[in-house]
Design a protein around this ligand. Structure first.
Ligand code: AP5
Length: 251
């Protein structure tokens, strides 16, 4: 999206470097966002990144960008098929994709991981990568919302076919129906937002990802946040929780 800092290294991997100037901020944040599909992680990631200057590292965005490539390796093809069905991509592929991009974990502006980790194996792999890079997580922000509201957010989501900006048919409508406010391209419904795929995604979340809350609770990194209310209210709640955590760690 247009107001994101340079995310070239995250999208392209390999030796690609981002053009990130040294952060003018006193504090650099390294965060993970946890929560069910459609709870609003991407929306909060965008707001938090604008406020904190962190880089938005979304594994789902990398896979969606790969969909547009003209050729797919067999491994990527099977990952994209799993994604369309609403299933998780294999741990092996996701972990190697993030490992190839582990330089992003020492980004000068900090980072905000969205959609990774999603399984116990991925959480362990992330801890190893962080240790190798000599950095730690400041917090894991875990968003919670009743299922009925999540279903409404998923079914109303509309995504720009070009720049991937996210809207909602009623809660965050574009100025002109069906057209992206930012780049003018048509808005579409994500394939995995159809009811049959959404059900599979929710089940995968309950089975594989929800247990991670316990893992991060036990290691003192979990911060639970209600995702009810407007995106701006939730942002304030998130920033308040980070502030409280910083004060408590100094006490
Ligand atoms: P991914 O892209 O990570 O999707 P997700 O976690 O399912 O999350 P979503 O993007 O669906 O929702 P969100 O919480 O970001 O909500 P949003 O802000 O858009 O992953 C997609 C797929 O990729 C996976 O299913 C899997 O196949 C694969 N994958 C990715 N990472 C993987 C991994 N690590 N391991 C294995 N597989 C992996 O908001 C939703 C809607 O609600 C929007 O319309 C928005 O405008 C609206 N909204 C947001 N906040 C509010 C609010 N406060 N009030 C009202 N409406 C709101």
């Amino acid at each position: 999206m247009s107001e994101q800092p340079d995310r070239a290294a995250w999208f392209e991997g390999g030796d690609t470097k981002c053009d990130v100037p040294p952060s003018p901020r006193e504090r650099v944040y390294r965060l993970v966002l946890l929560g069910p599909p459609g709870v609003g992680k991407g929306t909060q990631a965008e707001l938090l990144c604008k406020t904190l200057g962190t880089c938005h590292l979304s594994t789902g965005d990398v896979f969606r960008a790969a969909q547009c490539q003209s050729e797919h390796s067999p491994a990527l093809r099977s990952a994209l098929e799993a994604m369309r069905r609403g299933e998780l991509v294999s741990d092996g592929l996701v972990v190697s994709m993030v490992s190839e991009r582990s330089g992003c974990l020492v980004c000068g502006g900090g980072f905000l991981l969205d959609g990774f980790p999603r399984t116990a194996a991925q959480a362990e792999a992330l801890d190893e990568l962080l240790e190798q890079q000599g950095v730690g997580l400041d917090a894991v922000l875990s968003y919670e919302l009743p299922l009925t509201e999540i279903v409404g957010r998923l079914s109303g989501r509309r995504t720009c076919s070009k720049c991937k900006a996210v809207f909602h048919a009623t809660a965050r409508p574009p100025q002109k129906e069906g057209v992206c406010d930012l780049c003018g391209a048509p808005l579409i419904q994500r394939e995995d937002d159809r009811p049959e795929s959404s059900r599979v995604r929710m089940q995968a979340y309950e089975e594989s990802t929800r247990p991670l809350a316990d893992y991060y609770q036990q290691t003192g990194r979990l911060v639970s946040i209600s995702a009810e209310g407007t995106p701006e209210t939730i942002l304030e709640r998130s920033l308040g929780a980070l502030q409280e955590r910083a004060v408590a760690s100094r006490a």
